[in-house]
Each structure stands twice: as structure tokens, then as C-alpha cells.
Design a binder for this molecule. Sequence first.
Ligand code: ZN
Length: 206
Amino acid sequence: MFYWVKTPNWVSKIWPSLIWQMPAKRGDVYISFDDGPHPTVTPWVLKTLENYQAKASFFCIGDNVIKYPSVFQQVLAAGHTIGNHTYRHYNAWHVSKQQYVKDIQEAEILINSELFRPPYGKISPWLANSILRQTNVKKIVMWTVLSADFDTEISSEQVVNNVMNNVQPGSIIVFHDSEKAFPHLQKALPALLQHCQKMDWICKAL
Ligand SMILES: [Zn+2]
């Protein structure tokens, strides 16, 4: 499986309309979670964030919001930011632009947010333009550091290293509140939160 753990600078330069990182000035770090809400993983994430007084951003799948509405409400009640991650977790390369935009519109009935993150990070300039024109999305949020917590072929130590070796103030870090990522997440999230605390960085929602 190929992916960049740290987004190369040239990628963010040719894609200035997408958000790859935040200003580094104040020492803030932006943790994000994709693919929830999930009935057990998301509550664990909420509790862990609370232990460190950390805020984060949750890019939710519409279908999961319908399945687990009370978990979704817990995310909102805890003061985190939510974002749209489509209704059916479409891969943009596999469906038409029209179908993809319609899926985001379906999700935004449930997820009231101006933030959007494309599943699998798949997006094209013309698709981005359609999304910004035809939906409530104002910001398409990518990431600085991919934890790769979804990769079951690497060790949890590797996931911890992916995050710890690349996180800096202003970084947007991606985790997943999903079943598949949970074993890695249980190691990597507390490690990151401890590191931020030690460095005096503040974990903020987007
Ligand atoms: Zn996803």
C-alpha cells in the first residue's frame, strides 16, 4: 500500500485551494478523525481527548451518523468540530462527479459543517470546484501527517513513529475512529496527546 505519511511540500504547493496545514505560530496541533461515528471507538476517543483537555475534528460519514445518532451527539456536546466525509464514503475515482456531489449534499442534511474531507484523499481540481459551488462546503481539509492507523500490515510502534516523527505546531493529523484502526489508535493517540502536553502544544479543533 502506498501513501505519504508526511505530505510533501510540493503537493501542498500545487494544491493551494485545499487545506494541508494550519499556521504554526501559536503551537497549536489539529488532530482529526475520519469515518465515524463508531459505537465503541468514538466514545473511547472522546474520553481520551477529555483526559488531556484536547479538542479535535471529526469527519463523519452520513451513513454512520444515521446508525449512531447518540454517539454523533456526544461528539457535538463535547465541543469538537464536525466535518462532512460524504454519506457513503465514495471513492471519487469510482463514481461520477454528479453522484459524488449529491452524496455530500445528502450527508450535509445530517452534518452541518463547512468542512469536508474526501475519502481516501481522492480529489481533483474540477471536483473541488463543483463541491465548493454546489454544496455548503467552504473548506476542503486534507492533512499534514497521516498516522496510517488503517494499515493492518504495520505495527502500532510504526504508527506511533509516523505521528511522533512528523508532528509539528500547525500540523493536521489524521486518525480513524473505526474498528480497523482501533488497535493502532489505542497506542498512537495517547502517545501523541502526552507528547503535545510535554511540548506545551494545544490540541485544537479546526
Ligand atoms: Zn474515510
